[in-house]
Design a protein around this ligand. Structure first.
Ligand SMILES: [Zn+2]
Length: 425
């Protein structure tokens, strides 16, 4: 089947809400950042041979998912990963003075997010090109860059060609492309992943991982680089590709792969385990019925047990983690520290895309869904996207949630650690 058709259809659902107005108020529905065209990468084989019994099997897919990552396609998120940030202008769109410096300063904050979130396992090194490189075409020639793998590839190839005399691309694993603010064609910022053989060749290497930024970077700020790079590492979107006013209902602001501007953007323990930043020994894996305690160290600190994972069967698990304010979080009434419980599944993919289908289902389910301790209770002072799940956490001894036969009770709060009793029936 045509993978590009699958992607094009998905984007058409989302892009309708993407065209931006300047500086939307904080309470406005955020722009959909758009699904990555990584769906055009080579189809991954189904895999059922797993190291841990709490990992989840992955069906055949070309989308990002919550199962073990196939690094033949996706980029390994460990050690030093080098990215080049290109600035490109066009025959009909030029930058204004200071624009490149402003973008350089903004995106310069992004690597530290990964350093902190990965406990130092990932060192993203960004090199910012020192000049605008000229693409001898109007920017409108690249309309559609966010609707298909091939159109985005054409834009990437033009950017690489424009910069090739000045840049040694053999030094880099990721190419980031930044257009001037006057290039209105570029609205959102999709990631792009090519299977081996499908990339753009320069300086003797094949470039297979890229992000083409749009004007939505002014809304999201530097963390859109973290979100899109997360896609290059194989992480799925946790918001819904169904363009509605509640597209963030699955995880609210609890992971940067959901709401980029959320108050608690550190990556879920599940994602850190998938990325290899947490060892199997830091996951308390449960595969049988019964009740047992666990003491969880805060997600944002190094060491200790980070999560209880209950494999509830098939493609699904329930995860328990301890969220305390970390250097990545925004300390406010919209971050309620406590024990967070969520359901993970590999039965659906990035943004709620369904296996085998070419149209993401409307209304989920989602790769991850937070289990809300206080269903129907919003924190009205928080953003529309976050307010339903801000108070999902277990914050006081005796607080309990039950989901899928798994009951989690907060039983003790020693320092910043949290002790829970997890019962599986
Ligand atoms: Zn995304």
């Amino acid at each position: 089947m045509s993978l590009s058709v699958r992607v094009r259809t998905a984007v058409a659902v989302v892009v309708a809400g993407v065209l931006l107005v300047p500086a939307p108020p904080a309470t406005a529905a955020p722009p959909a950042e758009g699904p990555p065209t990584a769906g055009s990468a080579a189809t991954e084989p189904a895999r059922s041979t797993l190291v841990s019994p709490c990992q989840l099997p992955t069906p055949v897919t070309g989308w990002q998912h919550e199962g073990p990552t196939n690094y033949a396609t996706w980029l390994p998120p460990s050690g030093t990963v080098r990215g080049i940030v290109l600035f490109v202008d066009f025959t009909d769109a030029a930058p204004v003075s200071g624009e490149r410096a402003g973008r350089t300063t903004m995106f310069g904050a992004a690597p530290n997010f990964f350093t902190q979130s990965s406990y130092g396992a990932l060192n993203l090194q960004l090199t910012f090109d020192t000049a605008w490189r000229h693409i001898p075409q109007p920017h409108t020639a690249f309309a559609g860059y966010n609707t298909s793998f091939s159109a985005q590839r054409s834009y990437l190839a033009a950017a690489v060609a424009a910069a090739n005399s000045a840049i040694d691309f053999s030094l880099y694993q990721i190419v980031y492309v930044v257009p001037p603010k006057s290039a209105g064609t570029f609205t959102n910022s999709p990631a792009w992943v090519a299977a081996p053989g499908g990339g753009v060749t320069a300086d003797g290497v094949e470039l297979r991982h890229a992000v083409t930024f749009g004007q939505d970077v002014d809304y999201w700020g530097y963390k859109i680089l973290n979100h899109e790079t997360g896609h290059l590492f194989g992480l799925p979107d946790l918001y819904s590709y169904n363009n509605s006013d509640s597209i963030h209902r699955a995880v609210g602001g609890w992971d940067v792969m959901g709401l980029i501007s959320g108050a608690s953007p550190d990556l879920f323990a599940w994602h850190k385990w998938k990325a290899g930043w947490l060892a199997d020994s830091q996951i308390d894996c449960r595969t049988t019925t019964g009740s047992a305690p666990a003491t969880l160290t805060p997600l944002g600190t190094t060491g200790g047990t980070k999560a209880v994972v209950v494999h509830t069967g098939g493609n699904t698990a329930v995860v328990v983690e301890n969220r305390q304010v970390s250097t990545l979080d925004v300390a406010s009434g919209c971050f309620q520290a406590g024990v967070l419980v969520y359901r993970v599944t590999t039965s659906v993919f990035s943004g709620g895309a369904s296996p085998g289908g070419n149209v993401p289902p409307i209304g989920g389910p989602f790769p991850v869904e937070v289990v809300d301790r206080t269903p129907g209770s919003d924190v009205a002072s928080c953003s529309t996207a976050e307010k339903a799940l801000v108070n999902a956490t277990l914050t006081a001894i005796g607080h309990t949630v039950t989901y899928g036969g798994v009951t989690v009770e907060l039983t003790a709060t020693p320092g910043n650690d949290r002790t829970v009793s997890v019962t599986v029936v």
